[in-house]
Ligand binder design. Structure first.
Ligand code: ARG
Length: 459
C-alpha cells in the first residue's frame, strides 16, 4: 500500500511503480538522508514541534538504521519508491507512531534537495583530494625535467623549444584551477534548503537557521521555492567536472601521441598498458584512450542536466529525479579516471633523448635566429624574412640551421658572425627564454615553487 493511499481508490500500476522508483540509484545517499533527518528531528524537538523524548527516540532509531545499513544487516528494499521513503518506512516499522512524526514540517522535495547537496559536498572533497594529488604528482615529475628540452608545438608542428617540465606544469596549472573551481561551486552550494517544505515553507515554528548550522551550511536558502527547485549546483559541479575531464583528456591525448613510435617521448609501465589479441608487438595506451572517451560521457551528463532543467516551471517536478544518475555518473567516472591516471603517470618512463632529438629537427630555433639579427639592430620583419629564406635553403640542402655554413648566412647579411651558432644552440634558446612564465630552467623553477605554495595552500 502506497504512503499516499488515502487519496487514491486504486493501487498504482506495477509498471508505474517500477518506473517511478529511484531507490536503485538514490540509495547511495542513505548516509546523507539520515544525517539530514537527524538534524530535522533535533530541530523539531528543540522548537517544541514534537516532544524532546520523541525527537530522541527518532534520532536513536535513525542511528540504528544507519549502523545496520553500514554493516550490511539492513538491505534496501528494491520496491521502495526512493531512499527517503525507505528510511522513513523502516523507522516507522521500528518506532510506530513516533516514527510517523519525523516528516512533520518537511517534504521529500526539500529532503531530496538537501540530500544531494550533502552528498555532493562529501563526494567533491574526494574529487578535489585526487585533483591535488595529481597536480602534485605532475610537479614531482616536472622537478626532474627543467633541463629536458623538447619541441613546443602549435598546430602540432614543431614551433619553439620548451622543456618537459614547462610543458607538464601547464597541466598542473589547469588542475589548480580545477580545484579552485570545485571549491567555488561547493561554496556556492553550501546553503541549506531544509525547511523549504514542498515549496511554500511551513506553518510550524521551525528554525531553519538551526538545521543549517547543525548540518554545516553557511545559511538557509533564502527562498523556499528556490530551495526545492534549484539544481544549479548539480549543473555547476558537473561543469567543473567536465572541464577537469577536458584537461585529463588533453593530457591523455598527448600521452597517446608521446608513446606512439612516431614520437616515443615516453614509455608507459607495462602495468598501465594493454596488448592486442592478434598483433603480438602491440602495447596500447588503453587507459588514456578510455579517459578521452569518458570525457564525452561526462559532457553528456552535463547536457542531460542542462536539458532536463531548461523547461521546468517552478517548483519541484519529477523530471528532477533524473539529476542523480547524471551527476553520480559524472562523479564516479571522474574519480575512476583520476585514480587510474595518477599511478599511470607516476610509473611512466621519460625518454629524454628522443625529446631532445625531436627538438633538434624542425627548425624550432628559427625565431631565435631572427631575434639574433634584431638584437644586432635589424627590424624584426626583415630578420624574419631572411631567416625564412635560410630555412628554405636548409630544407633544400638537407641541413639544419646549426649545420648551415657561415658563408651561407653571410650572403644574406653581414650581421651574421660566428656567434650565430651559439645563439641558435638549443640550450641557449631555452636558457634565454627567461621571461616570467617562460621555459628557461630558472623561470620554471620559480613557477614550480609558486605553484607548490598554491597547492599547499589549497590542501
Ligand atoms: N525521488 C525523488 C527525487 O529524486 C524525491 C522527491 C519526490 N518528490 C515528489 N514530490 N514526488 O526527486
Amino acid at each position: 500500500m502506497a504512503l499516499w493511499a488515502g487519496r487514491f481508490s486504486k493501487e498504482v500500476d506495477e509498471t508505474v511503480n517500477a518506473f517511478n522508483s529511484s531507490i536503485a540509484f538514490d540509495a547511495r545517499m542513505y548516509r546523507q538522508d539520515i544525517q539530514g533527518s537527524i538534524a530535522h528531528a533535533t530541530m523539531l524537538g528543540k522548537c517544541g514541534i514534537i516532544q524532546e523524548s520523541e525527537s530522541e527516540a527518532i534520532i536513536a532509531g535513525l542511528r540504528e538504521i544507519l549502523e545496520e545499513i553500514d554493516t550490511g544487516k539492513l538491505i534496501f528494499d528494491p520496491n521502495a519508491e526512493d531512499i527517503h521513503m525507505f528510511i522513513e518506512a523502516e523507522l516507522t516499522k521500528r518506532l510506530g507512531a513516533t516514527g510517523k512524526r519525523l516528516h512533520t514540517a518537511r517534504s521529500r522535495n526539500d529532503q531530496v534537495a538537501l540530500d544531494i547537496r550533502l552528498y555532493l559536498r562529501d563526494e567533491m572533497q574526494e574529487v578535489r583530494k585526487l585533483v591535488l594529488t595529481l597536480a602534485e604528482t605532475v610537479c614531482e615529475i616536472a622537478q626532474f625535467h627543467t633541463e629536458t628540452i623538447m619541441p613546443g608545438y602549435t598546430h602540432l608542428q614543431r614551433a619553439q623549444p620548451v622543456t618537459f617540465a614547462h610543458h607538464l606544469l601547464t597541466y598542473a596549472q589547469m588542475l589548480k584551477r580545477d580545484c579552485e573551481r570545485i571549491d567555488d561551486a561547493v561554496d556556492r552550494m553550501n546553503e541549506c534548503p531544509l525547511g523549504s517544505g514542498a515549496l511554500a515553507g511551513t506553518t510550524y515554528p521551525i528554525d531553519r537557521h538551526m538545521t543549517a548550522e547543525l548540518l554545516g551550511f553557511r545559511q538557509p536558502v533564502a527562498n523556499s521555492l528556490d530551495g526545492v527547485s534549484d539544481r544549479d549546483f548539480c549543473i555547476e559541479i558537473c561543469c567543473a567536472l567536465s572541464i577537469l575531464m577536458t584537461h585529463l583528456s588533453r593530457f591523455s591525448e598527448e600521452i597517446i601521441l608521446w608513446c606512439s613510435w612516431e614520437f616515443k617521448f615516453i614509455e608507459l609501465d607495462d602495468a598501465y598498458a594493454t596488448g592486442s589479441s592478434i598483433m603480438p608487438q602491440k602495447k596500447n595506451p588503453d587507459v588514456t584512450e578510455l579517459i578521452r572517451g569518458k570525457t564525452g560521457r561526462v559532457n553528456g551528463d552535463l547536457m542531460t542536466l542542462l536539458s532536463m532543467m531548461k523547461g521546468l516551471p517552478l517548483a519541484y517536478n519529477k523530471d528532477m529525479q533524473e539529476d542523480k544518475e547524471a551527476i553520480f555518473d559524472a562523479i564516479d567516472n571522474t574519480e575512476l579516471c583520476l585514480k587510474t591516471f595518477i599511478p599511470m603517470l607516476k610509473t611512466m618512463r621519460v625518454l629524454k633523448e628522443n625529446m631532445r632529438n625531436a627538438a633538434a629537427r624542425g627548425f624550432i630555433n628559427a625565431t631565435d635566429c631572427a631575434d639574433y639579427l634584431v638584437k644586432k639592430g635589424m627590424p624584426f620583419r626583415d630578420a624574419y624574412k631572411i631567416t625564412g629564406t635560410l630555412v628554405a635553403e636548409c630544407i633544400q640542402k638537407n641541413l639544419t640551421l646549426e649545420t648551415l655554413p657561415l658563408e651561407n648566412y653571410q650572403t644574406m647579411t653581414e650581421l651574421f658572425t660566428e656567434d650565430i651558432y651559439q645563439a641558435i644552440n638549443l640550450d641557449t634558446c631555452v636558457r634565454e627564454r627567461c621571461s616570467y612564465g617562460a621555459p628557461s630552467p630558472e623561470s620554471v623553477q620559480k613557477q614550480l615553487q609558486e605553484l607548490r605554495d598554491d597547492l599547499d595552500w589549497l590542501k
